[in-house]
Design a protein around this ligand. Structure first.
Ligand code: BES
Ligand code: MN
Ligand code: ZN
Length: 488
């Protein structure tokens, strides 16, 4: 869906549909008044008859004589309205339209006067939430050729001053869609080679991008043995994907994002139980997130230098697979005792993180569906941020609040480190039941000692359930963070 900003009011709008918001006080702002006239006062009638009361997410579709649809959508109590409410209102309004033949929409939700949300942010959230609501997975599904799900463009009501914010929002929305599309693909299609091919296409499509691919042979030469250990069980050979975007002076140190790209996680020899194992196709959502963030930054041509690194590997059981008890020497030289082959994410990430530091990053952030324990700790609401720094995690949390894609910090205190000590290597790859997300973070921290680094566990936020699939989180938080960095 193409998103633009516009100051056209309902009178002049040629869109097939208009979205008009109401608080539960049912007051009509100037936009709603115009729409009411277009509809021969149907709005005031429906408010009076209590067919529509403005509760959060409530919708009612009315028709003008011209056939134009007007979707009324509620935002509830004006005093309690926050970014989440605005997200919900946009979602419900767009969902009411995607099953119709409507092609073009004017979204007037940003015209309301909110207590704590300024117009530009309201426009931004509306654009991202609307785009999210109209997405549907199509890659491997045949749809009946009907004229529904026809939405092509949305004009967000926004002043000239807000237009640049809406541009950012469209880039973010595009990034989110990229991430969801990759995340939702089946693991027989989306394997390490496929991810490498996507990176190639991105490098071609956007200005100032260059791609480097490390194949298995190259990684063997470099002795990235922790990553290679995981890859051994699969017929699909691993790839290290390195996409560079240069939007600032070459001398400016890059922001480096590393994304876990396990294209399918069976657990390996420490095989996972069968139930819901299919969901481990989402184990490349860290990679998908950095792809999405990269696309958004390249589309905006943000004045920063950004490097995206994706270790892309499949974790399978096999006669040649790595085993519990194996000790491997990572790219850093540190040795790892493998106690569980299902703790594979940290094995590929440690080598990718060591490699990432060769680019002398000013900031290094990894994103990974790393631990089931993270879902236990924070559910599906917040991503988990871990860092030994003070400022970096704060900046990430702040960006998440701004764009309503929120995270919460877990401690990475040294007190947890002893859980991954072992007599047989420099560390073991599991830390036991207690604090499973934190000990995974501790493992990674041993490879990021002298760098401004944060780890983000997205096991709870990257996908929802089988029906909804990949959420595209936390692309918005990451891109907002990078936007904030670019104006620092
Ligand atoms: N990809 C999983 C983590 C995961 C599991 C994410 C379920 C979302 C839902 C990861 O590779 C894994 O298997 N982690 C193990 C670690 C354990 C062996 C220390 C886990 O969480 O059980
Ligand atoms: Mn695993
Ligand atoms: Zn995994």
């Amino acid at each position: 869906m193409k998103i633009t900003s516009s100051l056209t009011t309902p009178n002049k709008s040629k869109s097939n549909a208009l979205i008009i918001g109401f608080f539960s006080d049912k007051e009509l702002n100037s936009i709603a008044k115009e729409a009411n006239e277009l509809l021969n006062k149907q709005i005031s009638q429906r408010l009076k008859s209590k067919d529509f009361s403005g509760n959060t997410g409530e919708t009612l579709t009315l028709f003008a004589d011209s056939g134009q649809r007007v979707v009324l959508v509620g935002l509830g109590d004006k005093n309690k309205c926050h970014l989440g409410t605005l997200q919900t209102a946009n979602t419900k309004a767009v969902k009411a339209l995607v099953t119709t033949p409507v092609k073009t929409v004017s979204n007037y939700l940003p015209s309301l006067s909110y207590q704590d949300i300024d117009a530009a942010i309201a426009g931004k959230i509306s654009a991202i939430a609307s785009s999210h609501a109209q997405y549907r997975y199509e890659a491997t599904k045949n749809f009946k050729k009907d004229n529904k799900h026809a939405l092509q463009s949305m004009a967000i009501y926004a002043s000239k001053k807000s237009a640049s914010t809406i541009k950012q929002a469209t880039a973010i929305a595009n990034g989110v869609e990229t991430t969801r599309a990759l995340g939702n693909l089946p693991p027989n299609i989306c394997n390490p080679d496929y991810l490498a091919k996507q990176a190639k296409d991105i490098a071609k499509k956007y200005d100032n991008c260059t791609l480097t691919l490390l194949d298995e042979k190259k990684m063997q030469k470099l002795e990235m043995n922790a990553l290679l250990a995981v890859a051994r069980g699969s017929r699909n050979s691993p790839k290290m994907i390195v996409l560079k975007y240069t939007g600032a002076k070459k001398s400016q140190k890059p922001h480096v994002l590393v994304g876990k790209g396990i294209t399918f996680d069976t657990g390996g020899i420490s095989l996972k139980p069968g139930a819901n194992m299919d969901e481990m196709k989402y184990d490349m959502c860290g990679a998908a997130t950095v792809f999405g963030a990269f696309v958004a930054v390249a589309e905006m041509q943000l004045p920063i230098n950004l490097i995206m690194i994706v270790p892309a590997v499949e974790n399978m059981p096999d006669g040649d697979a790595y085993r519990p008890g194996d000790v491997v020497t990572s790219y850093s030289g540190k040795t790892i005792e493998v106690l569980n082959t299902d703790a594979e994410g940290r094995m590929i990430l440690c080598d990718a993180l060591t490699y990432a530091q060769e680019f002398k990053p000013q900031v290094l952030i990894d994103l990974a569906t790393l631990t089931g324990a993270c879902v236990v700790a924070l559910g599906h609401v917040a991503s988990a941020v871990m860092s030994k720094q003070t400022q970096l995690p704060q900046d990430l949390l702040q960006a998440g609040i701004e764009i309503h894609d929120r995270a919460w910090q877990l401690p990475l205190w040294d007190d947890y480190q002893k859980q991954i000590d072992t007599s047989f290597a420099d560390m073991q790859n599991v830390g036991g039941f207690a604090g499973g997300s934190i000990t995974a973070g501790c493992f990674l921290s041993r490879f990021c000692e002298d760098v401004n680094w944060a780890h983000i566990d997205i096991a709870g936020t990257a996908w929802n359930n089988k029906k909804e699939g990949a959420t595209g989180r936390p692309v918005a938080m990451m891109v907002q963070y990078l936007i904030n960095e670019s104006v620092k």
